[in-house]
Design a binder for this molecule. Structure first.
Ligand code: KIV
Length: 307
């Protein structure tokens, strides 16, 4: 970090109405679309929050888009906690949801609850997200006062079982199973349900039936809300976008241009300029004999020795 002004934390004083799990239910009741986005660090989360996004997910997709893994499976609880803390420090309004990583809730229910409690206690998460039809765990988490976001359909932590990232619930049997899983999660106490990679018709019918809000990603426009991975939205993934992604900006091009320009300026000694430099006061310069007529600052070593 340079001496650049980068004040820590958000400015106190401006009142914000915090988004809560009950507030999201109320949005569904009122037919107000819920906006959600992933974010993984302080600066990005702060911008996302300032833009009025309702729910920020510290997604395990950070394994891919931030840490460079091939899939989401490698990221650990400690890594997720580290990123969730950074996001928590930035966010004032949005609901902060932490993704439970692969392996952290796939053993006993007690282990799942213990790991989820860490996200609330150690990182300030306001809810955790878990993938798959795990009604028993959702019930235990709800009992333990940990709000839960469920995640059904294309669940990236099941990549090996699914044999790749494929749209789910395409047959009658699969649609019926997905609907029954969605109801079971809602009945067990999940407050929100993410539906990923399912046909529009399926997401629409689950959304109409469930009492809790659905948030879609690759699930069509009829869900109660939408979520995207931040890096998809701004073209920072180094890969062609999936069908459901809309790129709203080209941050890769912006950063390339800025960094190339900076490198060229350094190579041509065009950065930093005199205006971007700190200066001695005139008396100190004179005492050190550092002023020169052509504007170049030449160190007079003899004068320095005398000083
Ligand atoms: O990890 C993630 O980013 C997610 C979203 C795609 C819902 O789970």
């Amino acid at each position: 970090m340079s001496l650049t002004n980068f004040p820590a934390g958000n400015s106190p004083g401006t009142p914000v109405v915090k988004v809560t799990m009950p507030a999201l239910s109320e949005m569904k009741r009122q037919g107000k679309p819920i906006s959600a986005l992933t974010a993984y660090d302080y600066a990005t989360s702060r911008l996302v929050d300032e833009c009025g996004i309702d729910l920020i997910l510290v997604g395990d997709s950070l394994a891919q888009v931030v840490l460079g893994h091939d899939n989401t499976l490698a990221v650990t609880v400690d890594e997720m906690l580290h990123h969730t803390r950074a996001v928590r420090r930035a966010v004032r309004r949005a609901l902060v949801v932490a993704d439970m990583p692969f392996g952290s809730y796939h053993g006993t229910v007690a282990e799942g609850v213990a790991n989820a409690v860490r996200f609330v206690k150690e990182a300030g998460a306001e809810a955790v997200k878990i993938e798959g039809p795990r009604a028993e765990l959702v019930e235990a988490l709800t009992e333990a006062e940990v709000p839960v976001v469920g995640h059904l359909g294309l669940t990236p932590q099941s990549v090996h079982r699914m044999g790749g990232y494929r749209v789910q619930a395409r047959t009658v049997d699969a649609v019926l199973r997905l609907k029954s899983d969605a109801h079971a999660l809602a009945d067990a106490g999940a407050g929100v349900l993410v539906l990923e990679g399912v046909p529009r018709e399926v997401a629409a019918s689950i959304t109409a039936e469930l009492p809790i809000p659905t948030i879609g990603i690759g699930a069509g426009p009829d869900c109660d809300g939408q979520i995207l991975v931040f890096h998809d939205l701004v073209n920072m993934t180094f890969a062609p976008p999936a069908k459901f992604v809309r790129r709203y900006a080209d941050a890769a091009a912006l950063i390339h241009s800025a960094v190339e320009h900076y490198r060229e300026d350094v190579e041509h000694r065009a950065f930093p300029s005199d205006q971007e430099s700190y200066h001695l006061s005139a008396p100190v310069r004179r005492a050190l004999a550092l002023d020169s007529e052509d504007g170049e600052y030449v160190v007079n070593k003899d004068a320095l020795q005398d000083f």
